[in-house]
Design a protein around this ligand. Structure first.
Ligand code: SF4
Length: 321
C-alpha cells in the first residue's frame, strides 16, 4: 500500500463498519484515530489462547483507539482516552522484527482496524524477514473491504462476537447492526484462512480463525443465541474461545445506567454457555473463572515496549484442541 492510497483512505475514512467518514488529518474519527499509528504497548504477551501463546508468547502490539469503545472496556485508557504514542510505519516494522527476535510465536495485532493501511505498509517492509504468523485481533465491527485488504497478510483471525441483540450492541458499544456485521466479517475471515491448521507436532496454530465471546452479566441468553448462529458457519471451520473474564470497568462502574453490568458473572452463567458450546460440538477453549480479576488487566506503559505481567487469564482446552 502506498502513501497516496493511505492518504485517501484516512481523509474520508470508512475503514471500519462504522464508516464515520472522518477526515483524520483534520480531526479524529469515532475510533479516536488520527493520521498516524498510535500504540500503547508492544511486548511478549503470554495470555492468549494456548495454541497462540505457545511457550514463547505472542508478540502483541496494542493499538490506541477503537472502533467500538464499549462501556465496560478493560483497556479504556487506550481505547477511549487517547493513551498511547504515535509511531511511524517504519518503527512498527522494526517492532515486528524485534518481537520475532525475542522469541514471539506470532505477531498479534490488537485492535488495529483503524490503522490497517499503515500496518500493511509496515508488513510490506518486513515480509521477507518475518517468518512467524500474523494475528489480526479484532472487536468484530469490521468492513469487508478492509478485511479484503488484509488477505495474504494475516494468517490467524481472532475476532470477538460480542452481542447478538441490537439492543445490547447499541447500548453498550453504540454499534447498530453489530451482529450481522460481525458474522459477515467472520465469514470473510474463514474464507481467507480456511479451517484451523496447526504446525506439525507443536499444537500451535498456523492458520485459522478463533472466535472469542465473553459472557456478560445477565446476558447468557444472548450468548447462547450467538453460539447457535455460529454453529451455522460449520463448527469445524473455526475454534471458539468462551471467556469468563468480564470485570466491571470504565462507565459501568460510574454510570448508574449500567448498574446491571456492575458485577462479575456467576459461575452458573458461564457454565450454561460453555455447556451449550459443547452441546453444539464446538472445539476451542474455556477460561478459568479465577481469571476474572482486575490484576489480569493489561498494564500499558508506552515502552517499545517493556514487558509487564498482563493478560486475559488462564485458558484451557475445551474439546480436543
Ligand atoms: S476506522 Fe475510525 S475513523 Fe475510520 S470509519 Fe472507523 S471509526 Fe471512523
Amino acid at each position: 500500500m502506498d502513501e497516496e492510497t493511505i492518504r485517501k483512505l484516512y481523509s474520508d475514512c470508512s475503514l471500519c463498519a462504522r464508516r464515520c467518514h472522518a477526515d483524520r488529518y483534520d480531526k479524529p474519527g469515532f475510533c479516536m484515530a488520527g493520521p498516524r499509528i498510535k500504540a500503547a504497548r508492544a511486548a511478549i504477551h503470554m495470555w492468549e489462547e494456548p495454541v497462540l501463546a505457545g511457550s514463547g508468547g505472542s508478540g502483541a502490539v496494542f493499538f490506541s483507539g477503537c472502533t467500538l469503545r464499549c462501556v465496560f472496556c478493560q483497556n479504556h485508557e487506550i481505547s477511549s482516552e487517547g493513551y498511547g504514542k504515535e509511531i511511524s510505519a517504519k518503527a512498527l516494522a522494526d517492532i515486528f522484527l524485534r518481537l520475532q527476535e525475542e522469541g514471539a510465536e506470532n505477531i498479534d495485532l490488537v485492535t488495529a482496524s483503524q490503522f490497517v493501511p499503515e500496518v500493511l505498509y509496515a508488513l510490506d517492509m518486513v515480509k521477507d524477514r518475518l517468518i512467524i504468523p500474523v494475528i489480526y485481533n479484532s472487536g468484530g465491527y469490521e468492513s469487508i473491504e478492509t478485511l479484503k485488504l488484509l488477505e495474504g497478510y494475516v494468517d490467524i483471525y481472532l475476532p470477538d462476537v460480542k452481542y447478538c441483540s441490537d439492543e445490547l450492541s447499541v447500548r453498550l458499544s453504540k454499534a447498530p447492526g453489530y451482529f450481522d456485521t460481525a458474522i459477515a466479517a467472520v465469514r470473510e475471515m474463514i474464507r481467507q484462512t480456511g479451517k484451523p491448521e496447526f504446525f506439525p507436532g507443536s499444537g500451535k496454530l498456523k492458520k485459522g480463525t478463533i472466535i472469542r465471546h465473553m459472557v456478560l452479566p445477565g446476558k447468557r441468553r444472548d450468548s447462547i443465541r450467538i453460539l447457535n448462529e455460529l454453529e451455522k458457519l460449520g463448527t469445524d471451520n473455526f475454534l471458539i474461545s468462551v471467556m469468563s473474564q468480564y470485570t466491571p470497568f470504565y462507565k459501568v462502574k460510574t454510570d448508574n445506567a449500567f448498574n446491571d453490568m456492575n458485577r462479575r458473572i456467576f459461575s452458573f452463567e458461564y457454565d450454561e454457555v460453555v455447556d451449550e458450546a459443547l452441546r453444539l460440538g464446538m472445539n476451542g477453549f474455556m477460561q478459568e473463572k479465577s481469571s476474572a480479576k482486575e490484576e489480569y488487566t493489561p498494564a500499558f506503559d508506552l515502552k517499545g515496549i517493556e514487558d509487564q505481567p498482563c493478560g486475559a487469564g488462564d485458558l484451557k482446552s475445551m474439546n480436543n484442541v
